[in-house]
Design a protein around this ligand. Structure first.
Ligand SMILES: Nc1ncnc2c1ncn2[C@@H]1O[C@H](COP(=O)(O)OP(=O)(O)OP(=O)(O)O)[C@@H](O)[C@H]1O
Ligand SMILES: [Mg+2]
Length: 371
C-alpha cells in the first residue's frame, strides 16, 4: 500500500519537475531533493511492508511515512493545479498576444505569495521526509533485502540481448547516448561514466541494450562488456562477471589479485564499453574499488550505468544523469497492442478500447514491467 502511494507520488513529482514547474516557481532544488529521498525510500518499501506484520517499530515507521506522504500529496496537488493554471494562462496569452502581461503576472503579489508558501511547506516536508528516510537505517531493511538477494538477482538478471523491433519510442534517447559515447573519445582522457536514471519498469535496461547493440557502438569499441549488478555489489563477483562477458568463457580464478590482473590484461590499451545494469550500491568506496581496476583502457572508454537511485548516479556519474521520461501515449499503445494482442487489436475492437483507456490512465509507466 505505502509502496503504491509513494510510487505514484514520485511519478507526480517527477512529472512536475519535467514540466519545469520547480524552476518557474523557484522550488526546483527542493523538488529534486524530495525526488531523491523518495526514490531511496521506495527501494526498501516492499521489504518494510512485508516485515511490518512482525515488527511493530516498522509499522510505526510506515505510519510516519504515510503522514508525511499525505502532506506532500496535498502540496503536489496544489502545485499541479497551479501548473495547469499557468499553462492555461500561457496558452491563452499566446493566442491573444499578451505575452508580456503573462510574463509579468508571474510577479504579481498573489503568485509571489503562492510561491513563497509552497517553498516553505516543501522545505518543511522535505526535512520531515529526510528524518523518516534516515530512520529507516535502524531497521536494516537493505540487509534483509540482501538476505533474499539470490532469489531477487535470479529474477532480475539481465543480459545484453534485445528484440529491437519490439522497442518503441526510445530513438532520441538512444541517439543521444550513442553520440556521446562515440564523440567522447575525442574530448575525454578519463574513463567516463554515463548514468541512466528512472523508476522501475521505465525501460532503463531496454535503453542500455539498444545502445549496447547499436551499430555505431559496435564499430567504435573494441571490447564490450555487460554486467547485471543488482543488489549485490561484490567487486570480486563483478570482476569475474566482466571477464566472462568479455571472453565468453567461464572464469574459474578465485582470488582477487589474479582476477584483477586478468581483467586489466583484457582492457589495457583497448577502447571498451562496460554496461553496469541495475546498480543499487551507494557506497562510494566500493565503487572506487571497482573503478580503479577498470580505469586502464584507452581514452574514450566508457561505462554506462542504469539505476533507479539518483544518489547512485551522483556517486558514479562523470556527466549529468540521463533521466528517462515516460513513453508517449502512442508508444505505450503500440507496446500494449503488441504485447496484449500481437498487433491484431482491430480484430477485438471492444478489448482494444479498454486497452486504450488503461494506457491513458496508467500514463505509460509501471505497467510496462507487468505486461
Ligand atoms: N520502449 C519500450 N518499448 C517496448 N518495451 C519496453 C520499452 N521499455 C521497456 N519495455 C519493456 O518493459 C519492461 C521493463 O523494462 P526495463 O526492464 O527496461 O525497465 P527498467 O527501467 O530497467 O526496470 P528496473 O528498474 O526494474 O530494472 C520490459 O519487459 C521491457 O521489455
Ligand atoms: Mg533494469
Amino acid at each position: 500500500m505505502a509502496e503504491a502511494v509513494v510510487t505514484v507520488m514520485l511519478e507526480n513529482l517527477n512529472s512536475l519537475i519535467q514540466k519545469k514547474f520547480g524552476l518557474i516557481c523557484g522550488v526546483n532544488k527542493e523538488m529534486e531533493k524530495l525526488s531523491s529521498i523518495l526514490s531511496t525510500i521506495c527501494a526498501v518499501l516492499g521489504d518494510a511492508e512485508e516485515r511490518q506484520l512482525r515488527d511493530r517499530a516498522i509499522k510505526i515507521w510506515l505510519q510516519k511515512l504515510k503522514d508525511v506522504a499525505d502532506e506532500l500529496n496535498d502540496i503536489l496537488d496544489e502545485c499541479s493545479m497551479e501548473a495547469s493554471l499557468l499553462e492555461y494562462k500561457r496558452q491563452s496569452s499566446r493566442s491573444t498576444q499578451k505575452v508580456r502581461a503573462s510574463f509579468f503576472s508571474c510577479f504579481n503579489p498573489k503568485n509571489t505569495l503562492f510561491r513563497f508558501r509552497i517553498a516553505k511547506r516543501m522545505e518543511d516536508v522535505s526535512d520531515r521526509l529526510d528524518a523518516v528516510a534516515n530512520e529507516r537505517m535502524k531497521f536494516h531493511l537493505r540487509e534483509v533485502v540482501q538476505g533474499r538477494h539470490l532469489q531477487v538477482i535470479d529474477k532480475r538478471q539481465t543480459g545484453s540481448v534485445v528484440d529491437e523491433k519490439h522497442v518503441y519510442g526510445r530513438e532520441e534517447d538512444k541517439d543521444k547516448i550513442v553520440e556521446f559515447l562515440v564523440d567522447n573519445s575525442r574530448s575525454s582522457k578519463d574513463l567516463s561514466v554515463y548514468p541512466i536514471v528512472a523508476m522501475g519498469g521505465m525501460g532503463k535496461t531496454t535503453l542500455a541494450q539498444l545502445v549496447y547493440n547499436d551499430e555505431r557502438v559496435r564499430r567504435h569499441f573494441e571490447i564490450k562488456i555487460w554486467v547485471c549488478v543488482s543488489e549485490d555489489f561484490d567487486v570480486k563477483r563483478l570482476i569475474k562477471a566482466m571477464i566472462e562477458s568479455a571472453s565468453g568463457n567461464a572464469c574459474d580464478a578465485l582470488d582477487m589479485d589474479p582476477l584483477q590482473k586478468r581483467l586489466q590484461k583484457m582492457l589495457e590499451r583497448k577502447k571498451f564499453l562496460i554496461v553496469l545494469d541495475d546498480v543499487w550500491n551507494e557506497d562510494q568506496e566500493q565503487w572506487e574499488g571497482l573503478r580503479n581496476v577498470v580505469a586502464c583502457g584507452l581514452n574514450g572508454s566508457s561505462i554506462v550505468v542504469t539505476t533507479r537511485l539518483k544518489k547512485v548516479a551522483l556517486i558514479m556519474g562523470t556527466i549529468p544523469m540521463h533521466q528517462l521520461s515516460v513513453l508517449s501515449e502512442d508508444d505505450c499503445w503500440s507496446l500494449f497492442n503488441q504485447r496484449a494482442f500481437g498487433n491484431e487489436s482491430e480484430e477485438r475492437p471492444n478489448l482494444a478500447k479498454i486497452g486504450k483507456e488503461s494506457v491513458k490512465k496508467c500514463k505509460g509507466i509501471h505497467w510496462l514491467q507487468r505486461l
